[in-house]
Design a protein around this ligand. Structure first.
Ligand SMILES: Nc1ncnc2c1ncn2[C@@H]1O[C@H](COP(=O)(O)OP(=O)(O)OP(=O)(O)O)[C@@H](O)[C@H]1O
Ligand SMILES: [Mg+2]
Length: 267
């Protein structure tokens, strides 16, 4: 099991002659085997933070350690599901899921079997030979999810992976992800805009401030046996945590809106 240490991390972008501070002094410890959810207003730097953990960008200050090693680039220990599906257009659904397994030197026959298994998990067996342009947005995202699960990394970094899916598919995949997490002890960092989704999935929920992104508060969500409880979402305890996170977020979303309006007025 793998822990992630985020130590005083900042990220500054230079764009169109302006400087944007996306993240400002983020300190966050993700425990080994933890399911941590991050919520925050749009533009507060959630995707930026995930990119930094994934090694797809480098911090302007501070550092990130994964299993005690400083992150200097992408690695096979970390799998990323992006906010926008990132599939290889020249490969079928099956070929895209197999792609990650090739990097891990899984033998060809096992690759096909494992890819099939995970396509089945996301309900896309019948579409295994379709190319990305022949799939809907939600289907593409499901292929991307299947790919990262089949690849079986120690750390799963997921950026609003279920946002483009219909409610039934989303609920099903949430439960499946929880089962996989419980079974494998992966460390999961999961970004969402959905407060219910955050409470349902997260052992802890980190609420970020509006830009520049900081950690406002980390809320413990000690709901036991999530996937075993019949109707967890209507539990009073569930409502309690939902309200707590909603309140924390509301102030930040208001601030983000005000800042956006000011920016628009300046243009
Ligand atoms: N490559 C880049 N160049 C310049 N600015 C960037 C770049 N990437 C992100 N930003 C800026 O950094 C800030 C944070 O962006 P980021 O995508 O991390 O936000 P987010 O919290 O994921 O938002 P959303 O919830 O809408 O996905 C935004 O102001 C964005 O415009
Ligand atoms: Mg984002």
């Amino acid at each position: 099991m793998t822990a992630i240490h985020i130590e005083n991390v900042s990220k500054v972008f230079e764009a169109r002659g302006a400087t944007v501070t996306a993240l400002d002094g983020i300190d966050l410890q993700v425990r080994a085997g933890e399911f941590l959810v991050i919520v925050g207003p749009s533009g507060c730097g959630k995707s930026t933070l995930l990119d930094l953990i994934g090694g797809l960008a480098t911090p302007s200050a501070g550092r990130i350690l994964v299993a005690g090693q400083e992150v200097t680039g992408p690695g096979l220990d970390r799998g990323v599901v992006f906010q926008q599906y990132a599939l290889l257009p020249w490969r079928t659904a099956q070929g895209n899921v197999e792609f990650g397994l090739e990097a891990k030197n899984v033998p060809r026959r096992d690759r096909a079997a494992r890819a099939g298994e995970y396509l089945d998990l996301v309900g896309l067996s019948a579409f295994h030979d379709r190319y990305p342009h022949e799939l809907s947005g939600g289907m593409k995202q499901r292929v991307a999810i299947a790919r990262s699960l089949a690849f079986d990394p120690e750390v799963l970094l997921m950026d609003e992976p279920f946002a483009a899916l219909d409610a039934q598919t989303r609920d099903g995949l949430q439960d499946e992800l929880l089962r996989i997490w419980e079974r494998t002890g992966k460390t999961v960092v999961f970004i969402t805009h959905g407060i219910e989704e955050a409470v349902y999935l997260g052992q802890r929920v980190a609420v970020m401030t509006s830009r520049p992104g900081r950690i406002k508060q980390v809320v413990d969500v000690p709901l036991t046996a999530r996937s075993a409880t019949e109707d967890l979402r209507s539990d009073p305890e569930f409502a309690h945590y939902r309200h707590e996170i909603w309140s924390l977020l509301r102030d930040e979303v208001d601030k983000a809106r005000a800042a956006e309006l000011k920016e628009v007025a300046r243009v």
